[in-house]
Design a protein around this ligand. Structure first.
Ligand code: NAG
Ligand code: NAG
Ligand code: NAG
Ligand code: NAG
Ligand code: NAG
Ligand code: NAG
Ligand code: NAG
Ligand code: NAG
Ligand code: NAG
Ligand code: NAG
Ligand code: NAG
Length: 347
């Protein structure tokens, strides 16, 4: 059946219609790379439309009370909504282009008064007034090898590189109201350690780090580390991606630094991507999905493999991050500009 990924998505939809509020949510089972084996007319989609991205497809399903499932065709950005798929979920067909999402029974809030109804209600929601909430960001493109979404824990998305809480960091509300982020306080020397093995060997490879951050301290003249692997304090042996002094993105191997142009904003969410391309010897810094700065003649990193640290480098000390961090992803290859832009666009 190819690569099928299952994960749950919690959707929370707030539709503001004039002065009344309509808050809806449901939990969807997400099946990547498969579609319904739908031949009978009873299981044809009741709405087919072109949408901006997968989230808008999920929102469309949430807005239609009779929607039981949605299929998103990635290449065509097409969204199909299905009303009754109870008999279809057992025999799905593989299709790499299609992501199918099934509403878990009894998770839709508010409950539909007439379950199974085939009456099709026109959507009362205008897309511009909808804000949606999805548990996990699924990055566009080839999958990362480590990722932390900080939904109240420090677990790695792939359950290998779980974090260890250095100094009792806390979680607060993330980019969406049902999501959380890691809230680090520099005044409490908080950081997180990633002791999972095998240690990732950064020597002689291209790699990328991507994250959302909402920092509270930026331009204080200090460096604020987001993710680091510091094999030793020698030149080219201490890698970190950070907010540098006085405030732009900074990518360092030690004695080898690429600094960005724009200061990272304070108290708002920004998307940051750091890409090291070993073949080209470039470090590229992307802010909010677009290239901020790139430079050549960098690396490679030569430090011995060791643990990662989020929010500081203890062997240097005092490089604490302050504020929220969410959805850190590590990729053992250079991400493309278009995949970064598309991941940023997912929000
Ligand atoms: C999604 O978020 C909700 C609320 O925070 C949580 O209860 C649920 O376990 C999460 N699901 C996953 C798959 O993380
Ligand atoms: C699903 O299968 C059951 C039992 O085979 C049948 O009674 C029901 O009508 C089917 N539903 C649909 C929508 O085809
Ligand atoms: C898909 O549906 C057709 C027609 O009902 C059936 O012959 C076929 O076996 C189904 N395929 C799978 C994988 O269930
Ligand atoms: C990471 O945490 C998850 C959830 O607690 C657990 O199932 C998994 O075994 C952990 N991984 C390791 C390598 O300890
Ligand atoms: C926690 O913070 C204290 C200072 O309050 C510091 O001495 C200690 O090294 C920190 N512990 C860890 C594991 O970071
Ligand atoms: C944090 O660590 C620094 C040393 O790096 C230490 O001077 C300071 O007292 C620590 N802060 C707290 C709150 O313990
Ligand atoms: C990295 O590449 C250089 C040059 O090709 C080689 O000499 C060195 O052994 C490689 N190091 C590792 C750790 O693979
Ligand atoms: C970044 O912030 C520093 C300190 O506030 C300021 O001096 C500098 O001009 C800012 N840089 C940009 C590009 O805005
Ligand atoms: C990133 O975009 C957000 C709005 O989505 C904006 O508030 C923030 O200032 C931007 N970040 C930077 C560093 O420009
Ligand atoms: C990395 O650099 C090589 C050589 O310039 C180039 O062919 C390749 O497309 C670059 N990779 C990415 C993802 O930009
Ligand atoms: C992080 O937690 C502190 C309390 O320790 C709180 O004051 C602050 O607002 C939180 N930051 C964010 C970005 O939620």
């Amino acid at each position: 059946m190819g690569y099928i990924r299952l994960c749950q998505i919690l959707m929370l939809l707030i539709i503001i219609q004039s002065s009344t509020e309509d808050i809806r949510s449901f939990i969807m089972l997400k099946i990547t790379g498969s579609k319904f084996n739908c031949t009978a007319t009873t299981c044809l989609p009741f709405i087919t439309s072109i949408v901006l991205n997968i989230r808008n497809c999920q929102i469309a399903c949430l807005a239609q009370t009779q929607c039981d499932a949605a299929s998103f065709h990635q290449s065509a950005s097409m969204c199909e909504l299905f009303a009754d798929v109870s008999n279809q979920t057992e025999n799905m067909l593989p299709n790499v282009d299609i992501i199918t999402m099934i509403v878990e029974s009894n998770t839709r809030i508010p409950q539909v008064s007439e379950p199974g109804t085939t009456t099709i209600q026109p959507s009362t929601a205008a897309m511009s007034t909808i804000s949606a909430c999805i548990n996990m960001t699924i990055p566009v493109g080839q999958a990362p090898s480590m990722g932390w979404d900080f939904e109240g824990n420090l677990n790695d998305r792939f359950l290998i590189y779980n974090g260890t809480n250095g100094n009792k960091s806390i979680y607060t509300l993330g980019r969406y109201s049902c999501r959380k982020c890691l809230n680090l306080s520099s005044s409490l020397n908080q950081s997180v350690y990633i002791y999972g093995t095998p240690y990732i060997d950064l020597r002689n490879i291209s790699f990328s780090v991507e994250t959302w951050i909402k920092p509270t301290i930026v331009t204080d003249g200090m460096e604020h580390v987001i993710l680091a692997q510091c094999g030793s304090l020698g030149s080219y042996q201490c890698m970190r991606v950070s907010i540098g002094s006085p405030g732009p993105m900074t990518f360092r191997f030690r004695s080898d630094t690429q600094t960005g142009l724009q200061n990272v904003s304070i108290n708002v969410w920004s998307h940051l991507a750091y890409v090291y391309n070993k073949t080209a010897g470039t470090m590229a810094l992307y802010l909010n999905g677009t290239l901020d700065k790139s430079g050549t003649g960098h690396g490679p990193y030569t430090g011995p493999p060791t643990f990662f640290q989020i929010g500081n480098i203890d062997s240097i000390g005092g490089l604490y991050y302050d504020g929220c961090i969410d959805d850190i992803f590590f990729y053992p290859f250079a991400r493309t500009a278009s995949d970064i832009a598309a991941t940023f666009a997912l929000g």
